[in-house]
Design a protein. Structure first.
Lengths: 513, 275
């Protein structure tokens, strides 16, 4: 099979350009992108100062003192390249993304459509420059490997001329450092020299990968293009002529939009586990919130969530309240899975009971608002209040802090059954009536004998007590720092309390109820 | 319908062979076992049928010293501070059913300790909390009774008898268990934590380890005889309380002065002591 004609598009110094697009690093100044302390890419200005690929950071900075250093982020490169790929797709379908910064299309289609490979190349470069403001070069050759090299050289290699074009290039373009090193030591400096070796001997001596490289060097790159399939657009958007500012109108719109989203997902055999609700108000304010669900979101569930969100926004108070009516509403499915991936329990048992419970809880959420129904998630932490996080029903139940970590200084079990949402002020007195205090060296001034809980409380005798147990956490973050001692106290009437003394003030944190 | 009745009669009347005698169960018994949610072994003697019968109302009464049974609305007087083991009793009541796969909801108890619930063995993934139902309390409890297996609800102040009987009827109809946590009239069984003795704390040393809780049960129907039981809640050694920890562990000493007072509320003649 003869190699196909391929048109490759190459954006020079892509990591630098991506850093400019995503993070606003000025690419016309000296910029270098580093991975593991080595230069991966640099801007033309930096190259003019002597910065090269592979230099150490210190060396690069000594050659170019004004160098802006950016960390390498492959995800950023790929993300920033997405619009470029979309722009190429608008001109020529069937794009293979070779790596961020390089993509390839089969040349035959665009060449025939635009009347020649040269015109097609011009057209693509122009369109990319217009759509994304990105400089690029195009090359055409037989096979992807040769086409990418042709793009770097900015050449249109005529059909059949690829082996000759490749023959003059250095072996380092194979991008196989070990093999390149070996070939150089054997005196093979160009791809032409390498290609001249008998293929069977290359396979026997250097292995499969080298044999593949040998095929590439000889211009026999017959791997077909791995064409990217553009992801289907699943978002639904609705623009309203009159800005929505009433809840009932918003709810009506939400229902229609949720139905459309569901139809679109069903058409692709998909379902979503999260939905992003975005609204743009008449004054241009943008509001966004993601709703999660443990199971799959049905049309009614999506409609409910959109309605709650709109209700929250339209009737909310404080900073979250939009300044105008809602002009545009967009629903984007997130966490998309194939619809068959969720299977109900075999006997209908768990599924049915779970469904009943979910329906009841959703109904309560509808009555009181989504945040009124919560579940507790165990988190890592030391105090009883820290060890539990309440998440709204149906949202993600991952703990903030890992409960499996050791957490030295945490209260020992049993945990108090009643944890006060607001600690109650208290006072603790010794037998002689003096307030009990604890020194910095954890010495209790006198054994506690009576405790008064609340402001007008009556003194209750203490039968047994344990402590002080110090807690000094997050001292490195002054906002969250906490320094206190804990006491467990058994009272005369049989109650057991967890008291804390912080900054000289006693509070009741929890009751061993 | 008629043939089911006939069949049932045949099952119960059938002269079973001696080998099969113990294995044959009447249709009523079979239905009963699926209509009762499990409870921890230590609570079984207190409940008729040894479990939470679906459709029943099992109240956990507030502390004896608290006349209102009111959840904390303002800062004073806060109810959580007046309770003597009621919350632990509530969590222990939910634990076995929750672990067996039942869905539970707790309404109107913002101070419920999640860690304690997990220690008692409640599955937090199937425990829904509605901490502040506000004025919609009745509607919320009714909606939850439709879908959850056990609904524990702290009534906001006095609940009118008509509302109470409506909710009880709803529970009966939907086959869920209503557990009012507070003053409630007309419950099938009312459990009450009478008093608790903590073990493990000394004068400036030790730590709270276990509590011996005296629980009283009274009710109507099968539960008309008042019962009283001393249970370990929480049990020594932590973890969910089991059946095998009835005796005093040797290492634990009760908080001084609290070991042997006269037990209040034991004047009623028919009482059962199982220590």
């Amino acid at each position: 099979m003869a190699p196909v004609r391929v048109l490759a598009l190459w954006c020079p110094d892509w990591p630098v350009v991506a850093a400019e697009i995503v993070e606003g690093v000025p690419a016309h100044t000296p910029v270098a992108v580093f991975a593991a302390n080595r230069v991966v890419a640099c801007s033309p200005a930096a190259r003019a100062e002597g910065v090269r690929r592979g230099l150490r950071k210190r060396e690069a900075q000594s050659r170019c003192p004004g160098l802006t250093v950016v960390a390498h982020d492959p995800a950023r490169d790929a993300r920033a390249f997405e619009p470029v790929v979309a722009a190429v797709e608008e001109v020529a379908p069937g794009v293979e993304v070779t790596r961020p910064g390089v993509c390839a299309v089969a040349a035959r289609g665009p060449a025939g459509y635009f009347g020649g490979e040269e015109r097609a190349a011009e057209r693509i470069v122009e369109h990319v420059a217009q759509a994304c403001a990105v400089e690029s070069q195009v090359g055409v050759a037989d096979g992807v490997f040769a086409a990418v090299l042709a793009a770097r050289a900015g050449r249109l290699v005529p059909p059949g001329g690829t082996p000759r074009f490749l023959a003059g290039l250095d072996v380092s373009v194979l991008d196989r450092p070990q093999l390149t090193d070996l070939l150089r030591r054997l005196g093979l400096r160009t791809l032409g020299d390498f290609a001249a070796l008998p293929a069977s001997d290359v396979l026997a001596r250097f292995g499969f990968d080298a044999a593949y490289a040998h095929r590439l060097a000889a211009g026999r790159d017959d791997a077909p293009l791995a064409v990217r399939r553009p992801p289907p657009d699943l978002d639904v958007v609705e623009t309203f002529d009159e800005p929505l500012d009433r809840v009932d109108a918003a709810a009506f719109a939400a229902r229609a939009l949720a139905g459309r989203l569901h139809e679109r997902l069903a058409a692709h055999g998909l379902a979503c586990t999260r939905v992003v609700v975005e609204a743009v108000t008449a004054t241009g304010q943008e509001l966004c919130r993601t709703w999660r669900h443990e199971g799959l979101l049905t049309a009614a569930a999506v409609a409910d969530r959109v309605r709650w969100q709109l209700e929250g926004w339209l009737t909310g108070t404080g900073s979250a309240r939009p300044t105008g009516g809602i002009l545009r509403l967009r629903l984007a499915p997130d966490g998309v899975v194939a619809h068959t991936a969720l299977q109900p329990g075999l006997w209908g048992e768990t599924g049915e009971r779970q469904d009943r419970a979910h329906r009841a809880l959703t109904r309560v959420q509808g009555l009181l608002g989504p945040d009124a129904v919560v579940t507790a998630v165990l988190c890592g932490g030391r105090s009883p209040a820290d060890r539990v996080r309440l998440v709204p029903w149906g949202e993600d139940r991952t703990p903030e802090r890992d409960p499996a970590q050791p957490w030295p200084g945490a209260l020992p079990p049993p945990a108090p059954a009643t944890v006060l949402t607001e600690p109650l002020p208290a006072a603790v007195y010794a037998a002689d009536g003096a307030p009990v205090s604890v020194t910095g060296r954890l010495e209790v001034s006198a054994p506690p004998a009576r405790v008064v809980v609340g402001q007008p409380g009556e003194p209750v005798g203490i039968r047994g007590w344990a402590g002080p147990w110090p807690l000094d956490e997050r001292w490195w973050a002054p906002e969250e720092a906490r320094r206190q001692v804990w006491f467990q106290m058994c009272l005369v009437d049989g109650r057991a309390l967890l008291l804390a003394l912080r900054a000289g003030a006693w509070v009741v944190e929890a009751v061993y109820d | 319908m008629a043939d089911i009745v006939a069949l049932r009669r045949r099952v119960t009347v059938a002269p079973a062979s001696t080998a099969l005698h113990g294995l044959v169960r009447t249709a009523d018994e079979v239905a009963d076992s699926s209509r009762t949610l499990p409870v921890l072994p230590l609570l079984r003697p207190l409940l008729p049928g040894g479990g939470l019968r679906r459709g029943a109302t099992v109240a956990v009464a507030p502390a004896p010293g608290d006349p209102s049974g009111r959840p904390p609305v303002g800062p004073a007087p806060p109810r959580p501070l007046a309770s003597h083991g009621g919350t632990s009793l509530l969590l222990a009541l939910l634990a076995a059913a929750s672990r067996a796969g039942s869905w539970c909801a707790v309404v109107g108890v913002p101070t419920l300790g999640g860690v304690a619930a997990a220690e008692f063995g409640v599955d937090l993934g199937r425990l829904a909390l509605v901490p502040n139902p506000g004025p919609e309390w009745t509607a919320v409890v009714a909606a939850l009774l439709d879908g959850m297996d056990i609904v524990a609800a702290a009534p906001p102040g006095h609940v009118a008898p008509s509302v109470a009987s409506r909710l009880a009827a709803r529970a009966r109809q939907r086959g869920s268990v209503l557990v009012p946590y507070g003053r409630w009239e007309g419950a099938d069984v009312t459990l009450e934590a009478v008093r608790g003795v903590w073990y493990g704390v000394g004068q400036g040393h030790g730590r709270l380890r276990a509590r011996q809780l005296t629980v009283a049960a009274r009710g109507r129907g099968a539960a008309v005889r008042p019962k009283q039981l001393r249970i370990w809640l929480p049990a020594p050694g932590g973890g969910p309380p089991g059946a095998g920890n009835a005796g005093d562990p040797p290492v634990l000493t009760p908080v001084p002065g609290l070991a042997e007072p006269a037990v209040p509320g034991l004047a009623e003649p028919p009482r059962q002591e199982a220590v």
